[in-house]
Design a protein around this ligand. Structure first.
Ligand SMILES: [Zn+2]
Ligand SMILES: [Zn+2]
Length: 816
């Protein structure tokens, strides 16, 4: 058997992907009590349908780890689920059908969402398979399935019983576009160019104070004005009454040290609610709450004649009113920070609403302690989680006013309002569809109940994955798989996913959810800026995979940069990856042809210097690649393997071994056998080392190269080679390096003189003043002569001839 002339990546990759699934070689064996377990907390992605280069980067990282750990003898759990619920799908469905969620029945809306999600799951699953990921597909789950969201509900009940979930009326961040509460973590901050308005507020005696605000639309909900007691401009104003213009509401002037003297005029308008400072101020002084904005971003009755206007329109109207009343002193351009909904990019508001909360702030100390215990790769990324956790000033609002999400398993007694929580054995349950399984309210005896209409934040689903992947609560032995060995996370979701996982598992089980956190950066475009569809730097994953195949794309992902850093997408990196595969393929083809009469035996033949030279270098590459993979330095591992394979093995060793392989009558059968042994050992080792990064081509080559009785069914079932110090022959390394340097120089000189490489040379003189070098060169003369086709090789230890060779100043080579 021999390899085809050209490697057909798209054919071979597809064939192996199918075979791996059919044979189930990546199956996690729960009953195996011998091998240690290694679990990867694979992110369940939002099925957006778009598997982009960022996903290629992430999944390549996960898969390299999974494959490497399997070879290291671990029983690896590499699960895959889909995080179906949530706003993105609802927003997409609304856009696709041109509707709002309230336009059709909840059931109909939910089924449109499910249909959408299923289509997208298929696309993304195909993409993960075509990247060659060694996922155990028997673990596949969808968070929209009752089996999954029942677990989310169970976690809700357990936390409620522990007093860590509560319901209350509090100010919450609100997206008027999505019409739902959102959490701090879901707000993106952006600096936008806006305007600041200087508006006169009148006092009783005809005097006025000027306040500067970027939010004139909040005038109807102005409940106070504040000044800093240190501000000498406003001495004597505290405690007086002042009138908010247009609506003519009399409010009090407060003194508070929190007022920023530098901002605007130093006089601050307190509203319900412009920002978190307003919320704090209102709570501190017990101010009234006047909501002027409703859930859909329209003005309430508080806006008087402008009631019902969308906020943006009202803003223009109120400025017109203020100007006409002669109260607008001036307006200026101003860059200021706005909070945006991370799903739909609309500015967020703050509304006072009845919501469910998880009491996360009380857990901060535990979160900090556990975060410090986790191994972070790279280490400095832990600060992103620590800084986030310690900066939280609000609890996590976990209820959402949406449809496509996990139902909150709660009813309310219609008589006394008592909340009735579902019991664990009722789950999964949708309170909007089923009644509580009790006869009467435990508090008042009433027998009619109202279902909770709100649903859970989608992060409530995905923040229990470490336990769910382990089998909680179904499998009794789930703690064997918990905490997860590795939690992979993008830099962009540390404050959400990594944090929520941490706080929820600690709250539920009093244990951290993961032992190590592997961070991947973002993928940048060719131009070094963030890759986005609106710029011209966007590249889709199918485009890359179809053109160059997975093994080439995975080399870009593994080698593009250090772990955790942002990585630019470069076509040249993928092309380089493909060239390397071609090189490996050609070398393997050549080797297999040379090995047709080779039999692997226990006895190692008598090796020559260059054999020991390449095997020593192979051993060192094995050591370096192993060390890099242990530290998750994929780029270093890949570089080590590629450098050895391409340059040391293909370009140097194979070229220097050809004369021995081709001419056993001249150089001896033993010499040929020694080289065959060396090639066999090297090729096998190289594909072992490369298997986690390039799983397809290594599998294809393994099929042909590995003859004999020790054959496994797949390269991916082999053990990772252990570094063996005894295999490194330092003297052979030194001698081989010298011989290879001379050979390279002779080849370079031939090229310089336009002599074809395989043209025989009559005479070459190598000169060196160093007697040790001379001795080595004489020992290596046969290899130099054979490789460079030299009839007469002379050594000259006295004088320097023609050329001084860079890097080896004591050696001079002349071609005669
Ligand atoms: Zn939104
Ligand atoms: Zn009751």
């Amino acid at each position: 058997m021999s390899l085809a002339n050209r490697y057909n990546a798209s054919e071979a990759e597809k064939r192996w992907q199918q075979r791996w699934i059919e044979t189930g070689i990546y199956y996690f064996d729960r009953d195996d009590m011998k091998r240690p377990i290694y679990t990867i907390n694979t992110p369940p992605p939002y099925p957006s349908g778009d598997f982009h280069m960022g996903n290629v980067l992430n999944w390549t990282y996960f898969d390299i780890v999974a494959r490497y750990k399997r070879m290291k003898g671990y029983n690896v759990l590499f699960p895959q689920g889909w995080d179906c619920h949530g706003l993105p799908t609802e927003v997409q469905v609304e856009k696709k059908y041109g509707i709002k969620k309230s336009d059709i029945s909840p059931d109909k809306f939910r089924s449109l969402c499910e249909e959408q999600v299923n289509q997208f799951i298929k696309l993304m699953k195909d993409a993960i398979i075509s990247l060659g990921c060694s996922v155990d597909w028997s673990t596949e789950y969808r968070t929209m399935d009752p089996d999954y969201w029942g677990r989310t509900q169970l976690s809700f009940i357990l936390l409620y019983d522990k007093g860590l979930i509560y319901r209350g009326k509090h100010p919450v961040l609100w997206c008027p576009r999505c019409e739902t509460a959102i959490a701090d973590a879901e707000v993106e901050h952006e600096t936008r160019r806006g305007k600041i308005y200087f508006i006169k507020f009148k006092l009783k005696d005809g005097e006025h104070l000027t306040i500067a605000t970027t939010r004139p639309e909040l005038l109807p909900s102005c409940v106070a004005v504040a000044i800093n007691p240190k501000d000498e401009r406003y001495l004597g104003y505290a405690g007086r009454e002042i009138s908010a213009p247009i609506f003519d509401r009399k409010v009090k002037i407060f003194e508070d040290e929190g007022v920023d003297l530098e901002f605007g005029t130093g006089v601050m308008m307190i509203c319900t609610y412009g920002d978190k400072a307003d919320v704090q101020f209102a709570a501190k002084y017990g101010l009234p709450i006047i909501m002027s904005l409703d859930e859909r971003g329209r003005m309430t009755d508080a806006a008087g004649k402008h009631r019902g206007l969308p906020m943006a329109e009202f803003r223009r109207a109120i400025i017109r009113d203020v100007r006409e009343a002669g109260l607008l002193e001036k307006e200026q351009d101003l860059d200021h920070e706005v909070g945006l909904c991370w799903r739909c990019n609309s500015p967020i508001e703050i509304l006072d609403k009845n919501q469910w909360f998880m009491a996360v702030r009380g857990l901060t100390e535990q979160v900090v302690k556990s975060t410090e215990e986790v191994q972070w790769i790279p280490n400095h990324m832990k600060w992103r989680l620590l800084n986030w956790a310690t900066s939280l000033d609000w609890d996590w609002v976990i209820s959402r006013q949406r449809i496509f999400a996990t139902p909150i398993p709660v009813w309310y007694c219609s008589k006394c309002g008592e909340p009735i929580l579902a019991r664990a054995d009722w789950l999964p349950i949708d309170p909007k569809v089923e009644k509580p399984k009790i006869d009467s309210c435990p508090k008042c005896g009433g027998n009619s109940f109202l279902a909770e209409r709100d649903v859970l934040d989608t992060w409530m689903d995905s923040s229990i994955t470490c336990a769910v992947h382990a089998g909680w609560p179904v499998k009794k032995d789930w703690k064997r798989l918990f905490p997860a060995s590795l939690h992979p996370s993008g830099t962009d979701i540390i404050r959400t996913w990594a944090y929520y996982l941490m706080v929820r598992h600690l709250a539920l089980f009093n244990e951290k959810p993961y032992k190590a956190c592997l961070i991947n950066g973002m993928v940048l475009g060719q131009d070094g800026t963030k890759m986005s569809k609106s710029r011209k730097n966007y590249v889709t994953a199918p485009e890359v995979l179809q053109k160059y195949g997975s093994d080439a794309a995975r080399q870009w992902a593994a080698g593009g940069g250090s772990t955790g850093s942002d990585i630019p997408f470069r076509w040249t990196d993928v092309e380089y990856g493909q060239k390397f595969l071609t090189k490996l393929w050609n070398a393997s083809r050549f080797s297999i042809l040379q090995l047709t009469d080779f039999q692997e035996t226990e006895n190692q033949p008598a090796l020559e210097v260059l054999d020991r030279w390449v095997l020593s270098k192979l051993e060192l590459a094995t050591r370096n690649a192993s060390e890099a993979l242990e530290k998750f330095q994929f780029n270093n591992a890949l570089e080590e393997i590629r450098q050895f394979t391409w340059h040391v093995f293909c370009d140097q060793y194979l070229e220097a071994a050809k004369h021995r392989l081709y001419n056993p009558d001249v150089y001896g059968k033993g010499s040929r056998a020694a080289s065959q042994y060396t090639i066999f050992k090297t090729i096998n080792r190289v594909i072992q080392l490369l298997a986690p990064i390039c799983p397809h081509i290594t599998e294809e080559i393994y099929r042909f190269i590995c003859t004999g009785k020790r054959r496994e069914t797949s390269v991916h079932k082999l053990s990772w080679p252990d570094y063996d110090e005894k295999q490194v022959d330092n003297s052979a390394v030194k001698k081989g390096d010298l011989a290879i340097a001379v050979i390279s120089e002779i080849r370079r000189l031939k090229a310089e003189k336009n002599i074809p490489l395989n043209t025989p040379i009559k005479e070459t003189t190598v000169s060196s003043r160093n007697s040790e070098t001379m001795e080595t060169l004489e020992e290596m003369a046969s290899d130099i002569k054979g490789t460079c086709k030299i009839e007469v090789l002379k050594f000259n230890s006295q004088e320097i001839l023609e050329k001084e060779v860079v890097g080896f100043s004591e050696i001079t080579v002349s071609i005669g």
